[in-house]
Design a protein around this ligand. Structure first.
Ligand SMILES: *Cc1c(COP(=O)(O)O)cnc(C)c1O
Length: 448
């Protein structure tokens, strides 16, 4: 079997298989070409070149088969080369690939909008606009909120990640690597503390919300704030689940002050947490929701969905883009949404969460370097710390990651301090592979 004959999707043999050292000779040779041709600022986590992927595995050009605990950063929730997505994409590609929705519209876009209006929280009239990337959705949510409110200030939180474009990197909290050397930044963006139960010294959700709100009121006054934007579970920042009551208290305050509440569900959305959206767990109804990553089975698509009166506020032509809501990406999204529903993937996310949490909690019981196990559904993380001081241990995290990569597991870190290991398997991973993946991480921990 040569790399070019391997077909991905769920029929791919579901096993961890190492046929060479990592990276193998073919990956090594192609990575040398990457080094010569691709901008060095575009990094990679694993030194492999992918040939195929599906179910819970990724196969490289040397025939090594990795257990996928990353799903391309929470993108392939429905699995790589999901058969429903493949069929929808092929059908659409054969009919037409692009007309520009803002030139000559097509039905797929409208159907995606209808679905998103239906599954996002809130029983009010909603509208949706589609874009290409998560950052683009965030940019547009901010544009819509500013236009609709006539206000300019936007508040983001500590540990936030909202993207890499000029506006969104300014909303992003972490300097290196996201902001370093890329200024000047957009004005009228402000940052306040969030809720980080493990490092908050016991602040309750309502107390943490009061701290955030006081800071906003002191710094700029509620009446100048167009929007707050928050990830209901912070992703790149470290899979931080806010203390219960934090999001509802913020929601209540924003509603009272005419401030648009934007939930950034780009990483946490689409069944990942065992609900359509992470914010559903808190029963909070945002005004606008930004979505991307797991929306379309790996094709680039993003969305802003929200209250019709906000979404309809900007002038015609003010919102759009050449590729936004590309017909192939829309076909993929409709198929992916069908897969989440018909293939029981929301329930699957809950099950994966139970397996991960119970295995990781029992590891934590015997290894105090695991400071906390947290997350919801199939969005689970461990925070690694010094056993005496609870200080973040980024070096240990890097060693565990390296062990996993060398032993056939795709594993990602996150966290402001680089000391969080996140588990983001495709929801199509089978139990034995998931269990084996966790065991490799446990081995990596015990040997680090
Ligand atoms: C990934 C991510 C983004 C940015 O999405 P891109 O598609 O990379 O632009 C924004 N917000 C959150 C919460 C994310 O996880």
């Amino acid at each position: 079997m040569t790399a070019s004959t391997i077909v991905g999707g769920p029929d791919l043999v579901q096993e961890r298989r190492l046929t060479t050292e990592i990276p193998g000779p073919r990956s090594r040779e192609i990575l040398a070409r990457k080094h010569a041709e691709v901008a060095h600022s575009v990094g990679h986590t694993l030194p492999i070149i992918v040939a195929a992927a599906g179910g819970g595995t990724v196969v490289d050009v040397d025939g090594n088969s990795f257990i996928d605990l990353g799903s391309g950063i929470a993108v392939t929730g429905v699995g790589n080369a999901n058969p429903r997505v493949v069929k929808a994409v092929v059908d659409q590609v054969q009919r037409f690939t692009h007309t520009a929705f803002t030139v000559a519209p097509y039905e797929g876009y409208i159907e995606v909008a209808r679905k998103l209006n239906a599954i996002t929280p809130g029983n009010f009239t909603k509208r949706t606009a589609l874009f290409n990337s998560g950052a683009e959705a965030v940019e547009n949510a901010v544009k819509i909120a500013r236009n609709a409110t006539g206000r300019q200030a936007v508040v983001a939180f500590d540990h936030a990640f909202h993207g890499r474009t000029n506006l969104t990197m300014a909303l992003t909290a972490k300097n290196a690597p996201y902001k370093q050397g890329f200024g000047p930044f957009v004005p009228e963006l402000y940052r306040v503390p969030a809720s980080y139960p493990y490092r908050d010294g016991g602040l309750s959700g309502p107390e943490a919300a009061r701290r955030s709100i006081e800071k906003i009121e002191n710094q700029l006054g509620a009446k100048s704030v167009a929007a707050i934007i928050i990830e209901p579970i912070q992703g790149e920042g470290g899979f931080i689940v806010p203390a219960p009551g934090f999001l509802p208290a913020l929601r209540e305050w924003t509603a009272r002050n005419g401030i648009v509440f934007i939930a950034d569900e780009i990483q946490s959305g689409f069944a990942r947490t065992g609900a359509w959206f992470a914010i559903d767990h808190e029963r909070v109804i945002p005004d606008l929701v930004t979505m991307a990553k797991a929306i379309a089975g790996g094709l680039p698509l993003s969305a802003v969905t929200g209250r019709a009166e906000l979404m309809d506020a900007p002038q015609v032509g003010g919102i759009g883009g050449t590729y936004g809501g590309n017909p192939v990406a829309c076909a993929a999204a409709l198929a992916a949404l069908e897969s989440y529903e018909e293939d029981g993937l929301i329930e699957r996310a809950c099950h994966i969460g139970e397996v991960l949490k119970s295995r990781l909690e029992s590891l934590r019981a015997s290894d105090p370097r695991i400071g906390e196990v947290r997350g919801r559904g199939a969005m689970i993380a461990i925070e690694l710390v010094d056993r005496q001081t609870n200080e973040p241990d980024a070096e240990l995290t890097a060693r565990v990651l390296k062990y996993a990569h060398n032993n056939g597991v795709i594993l990602l870190a996150c966290g402001t301090y680089g000391n969080v290991i996140r588990f983001l398997p495709p929801l199509t991973i089978c139990d034995p592979l998931l269990e084996e993946g966790i065991s490799i991480v446990a081995e990596g921990l015990s040997q680090s």
